[in-house]
Write a protein that binds this ligand. Sequence first.
Ligand code: FAD
Length: 424
Amino acid sequence: MSVVESVDVLIIGAGPSGAIAAALLVKKGYSVRVLEKETFPRFSIGESLLPQCMQYIEEAGMMDAVQAGGFQFKCGAAFLFNGRYTEFDFRDKFSPGWGTTFQIERARFDTILADEAARMGADVRFRHEITGVDVSGDKPSVTYRDADDVEHTMQAKFLLDASGFGRVLPRLLDLHVPSDFPVRQSVFTHITGLSDSDWYDSNKILITIHPKHRDVWFWLIPLGGGKASIGVVARVEFFDNYEGEPKDVLKTIYAEEPQLSSLLVDAEYNFPARKITGYSASVKSLYGKNYTLLGNAGEFLDPVFSSGVTIAMRSASMAAALLDRQLQGEEIDWESEFSIPLKKGVETFRTFVTAWYDQPFQNVIMHDLQQREMAATGSGPANVRAMISSILAGYAWDEANPYVKDSKRRLSVLAELCRQTTDG
Ligand code: FAD
């Protein structure tokens, strides 16, 4: 009779959520196996981090390795719309914590995290693809194909799905729920030869609103040494107006924004362009008997505020702490201790994402010049700016911030105020 291998915790996927969870759990003394279907380094999208995620990198003991990676420094977010440029410096924020972070090539960044988890004692296996799961017994078991295409089964006391857009458990356990956002598509690539400019600070991600279509936006993420990630996001039908390969489509759409294009005059498009469609998704439940979903395997909102990796790492940190208590014999209420508090921050981001595409939040952001003038006189908006800056920096769970605690109402009042002062 063949012996079925067993570990304390089995993690599906070695992306940011899987690697952080693995490190936190091995540090507590648990046996952890990570099964990752790809070979690292591998390309992944999600290259602009938020300062809040530095807390989880630090907690996992990976900060030295990340800092040694020499990634592009990031201290804020800049926005451009029809010649109007405004920026938020994350160091001027309401919530305590990190005010700076990095812009990263995920191939290298994810490799550093996975290698660190392995160095700390996690058993990370690449080219191991999960193909089946059974959560009906006392211990969950998974079926996977190894690098030689041989199928195996193994058990764990607990299963963490960190499979990102692979969404392994949502698919296998029929947990998938479509997002209430419209289906959007993104086309993106890397370029070299990013031009210097006197109007744009390359220590910030640049988000540009399309001059004619306000629900279409571009990102520019400098990666250091003149290299940058560029991409455009729009409803899927918007792209029907453009013909050709993704690279040509991207060039044509970027050419529609003259100021942004000025940064790309010397750009060389020598990397493949890719597209991804319908990435927003949710699930019926973030947990079940002896399993929990992390990061994108649970929910992905939208790329506009670069919140994906932060949510992924936060979910890993929360789940690892709860799992430690559960494995020590405590009964954990995953609804009240994991799902509800995690979703609180996700809902904050959702409010801002919705208000971005519906435009009130774009108006608030582009109202910046006036706010800055008022801030200089010491009146209230400086504080409001710091509160908004906190959310853009990823501090979407800090209920001391009124724009977290009461985000919908606060944002709608602010949008109305900006509208009145613009009209007046
Ligand atoms: P992932 O990083 O996707 O890792 C999952 C891992 O699981 C992968 O390595 C995969 O190979 C593995 N896997 C999948 N299936 C299996 C299987 N069957 N068996 C074994 N392994 C498997 N986020 C940001 O923070 N900043 C950004 O600027 C940003 N930009 C984005 C732009 C776009 C267009 C999109 C769509 C997303 C963006 N995101 C961004 C979101 C970001 O990509 C994700 O939120 C983040 O990568 C989620 O991390 P994760 O650990 O949950 O999953």
